[in-house]
Ligand binder design. Structure first.
Ligand code: DQA
Length: 147
């Protein structure tokens, strides 16, 4: 089983960017933790970070060829992007939405997600563990549906 880990805008700055909100781990370390879990779960991952909406959409389209699902942190596009939502809906790929921070205890504009109504589920507020919790949940969900 192959899963796409998709990181949205500004997540390339993890470790440097607002560490009081997003922590000190780099994106490479987040990806490494996902890889470690993937090995335990016996799945394979590909990782992609993009600062542009079009780049994220293209990567979702490409995932239709070889991925069973997506763990996505859409960054700021969470709250604005009809186009990314449409890409995930169009691809028909099950996905889990993850956030490092608990968006619900932050500014009101972060309380609404364009994507969440289509997601299998959402994990927010656990830092890098939001990704690994989301990955584990997505793999369990996919395996339950495969038999
Ligand atoms: C984020 C939360 C978003 O509101 C924000 O725009 C981000 C990161 C998170 O992981 O907590 O870029 O998705």
């Amino acid at each position: 089983m192959h899963i796409l880990i998709l990181h949205g805008p500004n997540l390339n700055l993890l470790g440097v960017r607002e560490p009081d909100v997003y922590g000190h781990l780099t994106l490479a370390e987040v990806d490494r933790r996902c890889d470690d879990l993937a090995a335990q779960l016996n799945v394979t991952l590909c990782h992609h970070q993009d600062n542009s909406e079009g780049g994220l959409i293209d990567r979702v389209h490409a995932a239709m060829a070889d991925c069973a699902g997506v763990v996505v942190n859409p960054g700021g596009y969470t709250h604005t992007s009809v186009a990314l939502r449409d890409a995930l809906a169009g691809a028909g790929l099950p996905f889990v939405e993850v956030h490092l921070s608990n968006v619900y205890k932050r500014e009101p504009f972060r309380h609404h997600s364009m994507l969440a109504p289509l997601a299998v589920g959402q994990v927010a507020g656990f830092g890098a563990a939001s990704y690994t919790l989301g990955l584990r949940a997505l793999v369990d969900w996919l395996r339950e549906r495969s038999h």
